[in-house]
Design a protein around this ligand. Structure first.
Ligand code: MG
Length: 356
């Protein structure tokens, strides 16, 4: 199908834009190579259209600048001082960088534009399925036994792919334990850039023998030459996350042979518009991709699930049920059925904590 022919949506200048900041307790702490999160600080954008419609966007930034350079305080400041005033004036912001803050505003305004165009996000983008396959990411645990019991619960819930966070010192032993417990599980790992080129002969080569579906971001985001070497040396597909912030990064990675799979996150690339450019290039080049997550509330999940319904999103995404992270979500809970799929649906009503 042609994905480049999406109908232009009406331009909408919001009447009002609010930047909100909330904190949500996590049902469990989440540890990766870039630190441990015990609560999710969330920056939200709420836009009101001239016709009374409401749009929401969620900023993917974490509580500290450890995944990329963005973090919640910086994102909130750049939204309040630069991005929101420009949007209310109907002019470009001129802001360089800050893709997660930009994506949150874009999503809020996009909801207004979709409403004005009488369509849904999934339909407008060219979704080809009404249920999407769900995988789940598992943080570093206190022990291998704890990890195996957490994975057991997730496998029992039906998730179609399990991704283990790894870093030097937490890799071959825990991954081997999970692999030997579930020999047929679609199992991947995510290093968040924590290895160096000299690890190729050591832990990366040993992980390569465990029948993984992919190794995500083994080396630092900017080391595309090193990632191309890893992709050549390992049989396991190399998946890029942090390395791809724009469609031009993906073009470079493809030219170097540094990418076998892609984790696409709208926040990381500045929003839905750039995510669609990346999706369309990946589809044209036959590059398998999946939609990633950032310990999202239901507001971001609505965007991620719609993206996962596109034809190029051929692999199960990091699309956990609401209850994996939050006792109460900001939207109707997102559920993973026993077959490991989640329904594609519009955002629906948003309820903030304390608003009843
Ligand atoms: Mg990742």
């Amino acid at each position: 199908m042609s994905t480049g022919a999406r109908a232009p949506l009406p331009e909408v200048v919001p009447d009002h834009i609010e930047v909100l900041r909330i904190e949500m307790a996590l049902a469990r702490p989440f540890t990766s190579a870039h630190g441990t999160e015990t609560a999710k600080e969330v920056v939200l954008v709420r836009a009101l259209g001239p016709d009374g419609s409401e749009g929401w966007g969620e900023c993917a930034a974490l509580g500290a600048p450890t995944y990329t350079g963005e973090w919640v305080d910086g994102a909130e400041a750049v939204l309040r001082r630069f991005l929101v005033p420009a949007a209310l004036a109907g002019r470009p912001s001129g802001v360089v960088g800050h893709p997660m803050a930009s994506a949150a505003l874009e999503a809020a305004v996009l909801h207004l534009r979709l409403a004005a165009g009488g369509t849904s996000l999934a339909a407008w983008m060219g979704a080809v399925r009404d249920r999407v396959a769900c995988g789940v990411a598992v943080g570093m645990a206190g022990s291998v036994d704890e990890l195996v019991s957490e994975v057991a619960a997730l496998v029992g819930s039906g998730y179609r792919r399990v991704k283990l966070k790894v870093a030097p010192g937490w890799d071959v032993e825990p991954v081997t334990a999970v692999r030997s417990t579930w020999p047929d599980l679609a199992l991947g790992v995510d290093a968040n850039g924590s290895y160096d080129r000299h690890h190729v002969e050591g832990p990366l080569a040993r992980l390569d023998r465990l029948g993984l579906v992919e190794i995500e971001q083994p080396l630092a985001a900017g080391d595309l030459v090193g990632l191309a070497e890893v992709a050549r040396r390992l049989d396991t597909p190399v998946c890029l996350d942090e390395s791809v912030t724009a469609v031009t990064d993906l073009e470079t990675a493809l030219a170097l042979g540094a990418v076998d799979h892609l984790n696409l996150k709208p926040g990381r690339v500045g929003g839905v518009a750039e995510a669609l450019r990346i999706h369309d290039l990946a589809l044209a080049r036959g590059l398998p991709l999946w939609i990633g997550g950032m310990v999202d509330t239901g507001i971001a999940k609505a965007v991620n699930v719609a993206l996962a319904a596109l034809p190029g999103a051929t692999l199960p995404g990091d699309l956990p049920a609401s209850r994996r992270w939050f006792a109460g979500d900001l939207t109707e809970p997102w559920e993973v059925e026993a077959d490991g799929t989640m329904a594609v649906r519009p955002l629906g009503p948003v309820r903030l904590p304390g608003s009843g």
